[in-house]
Ligand binder design. Structure first.
Ligand code: COA
Length: 330
């Protein structure tokens, strides 16, 4: 392998393969635990206020509870119903999560059992970039002959949050979002992507096995804006599009100030960004499919729209994808 093809910090040098089979998202669904934790519920214990959390993060409340596989299966079931498919039609479950329910086996195996899907089931951990990593990975499987893939982002971060740490306890929460991706002849929706990792930054956000998350929030903030901008630009270049061509942005839902600053630096109107973090908090790999599904349900995404998905997270890792939205064939 040449030094340049092994390079990571500048992003993987992938390009769409001409003539490869593409994919179309034909269904989407979400799942959130019932328990709502409002900022006020955290204020006394953490020595913070609702006003501080809203102003510094944009978050007003979050959901807590459930299991990663249970939430994933619920979101997956909704996505299957939307696509008009029986679970047995699914060739592969790709579960993006950084909070598996067990060390062994993969949580995707339990999702497969709960839903009754056919074929394989596997977890993918790229922290908060995991859903976009999985979406791009799923396109590789379609190019190799898979027909229908369930791509899910699901997290129960509340289990690895230190509820006495006001740095992290105000941010992270639980939830799941899923899409059904079906093969199509022709290029499909994915026009360009960018995947990256810089493992030298792992000290900025990590949890040892069995322990809670530790985070350098200020440094993550600074790098997240830069990474989002640089990764989005690479994905756009590879898709042959410019920032003016983007109709909708689906950013990782970490902090309203991060996503606003990134949009502004990109020269994209922040009003084009879909957001759910106000009511979900940061749900890591679930955040982008939660925002995408919410935007679709609200009619914010139309056939022909160019949609930029961009995630960043622990690793640090990052992942962007440019989709040209298509009407599901059915
Ligand atoms: N409530 C009240 N005060 C708080 C607080 C809280 N929850 N958290 C920190 N503070 C205080 C600090 O102690 C500090 O006080 P000081 O000036 O007296 O020392 C002050 O607020 C500023 O701290 P700072 O860490 O600079 O705040 P911030 O504006 O950077 O906000 C985060 C903190 C964590 C909200 C912000 O850094 C952030 O969102 N970073 C990105 C984290 C992220 O997205 N992680 C996930 C990546 S996938």
């Amino acid at each position: 392998m040449s030094a340049s093809s092994a390079s990571s910090a500048s992003g993987a040098p992938f390009r769409p393969v001409p003539g490869a089979r593409g994919g179309v998202i034909t269904g989407w669904g979400t799942a959130l635990p019932d328990k709502v934790v409002a900022n006020d519920d955290l204020a006394d214990q953490l020595g913070t206020t609702d006003a501080w959390i809203r102003e510094r993060t944009g978050i007003a409340e979050r959901r807590v509870g459930g299991t990663t596989a249970g939430l994933a299966a619920e979101a997956g079931q909704h996505a299957l119903e939307r696509a008009g498919l029986d679970a047995s039609a699914i060739d592969l479950v790709l579960l993006a999560t950084t909070t598996p329910d067990m060390q062994v086996p993969a949580s995707a195996s339990e999702v497969q059992r709960l839903l009754g899907t056919s074929g394989g089931a596997v977890d993918l951990n790229a922290a908060c970039s995991g859903f976009v990593y999985s979406l791009v990975t799923a396109h590789g499987f379609l190019a190799m002959g898979a027909e229908r893939i369930l791509v899910v982002g699901s997290e129960t971060l509340s289990r690895i949050v230190d509820w006495d740490d006001r740095n992290t306890a105000i941010l992270f929460a639980d939830g799941a979002g899923a899409v059904v991706l079906e093969a199509t002849d022709g290029p499909g929706q994915l026009r360009g992507w960018d995947l990256g990792s810089d493992g030298s930054l792992r000290h900025l956000l990590y949890a040892e096995i069995g322990d809670t998350m530790k985070m350098d929030g200020r440094e993550i903030f600074r790098r997240a804006v830069r990474i989002t901008v640089e990764s989005a630009i690479r994905a756009l270049e590879r898709s042959g599009l410019g920032v003016d061509d983007i109709d909708v942005v689906v950013p990782h839902q970490a902090n309203i100030r991060i996503l606003t600053a990134a949009c502004e630096r990109l020269g994209i109107d922040p009003a084009k960004a879909l957001t759910v973090l106000q009511t979900t908090g940061n749900t890591s790999a679930a955040s982008i499919p939660l925002a995408l599904a919410d935007g679709l349900d609200r009619g914010r995404v139309h056939p022909g729209d160019n949609v930029l998905l961009v995630g960043f997270g622990a690793g640090m890792s990052w992942a962007s994808a440019v989709l040209q939205w298509q009407s599901p064939p059915r």
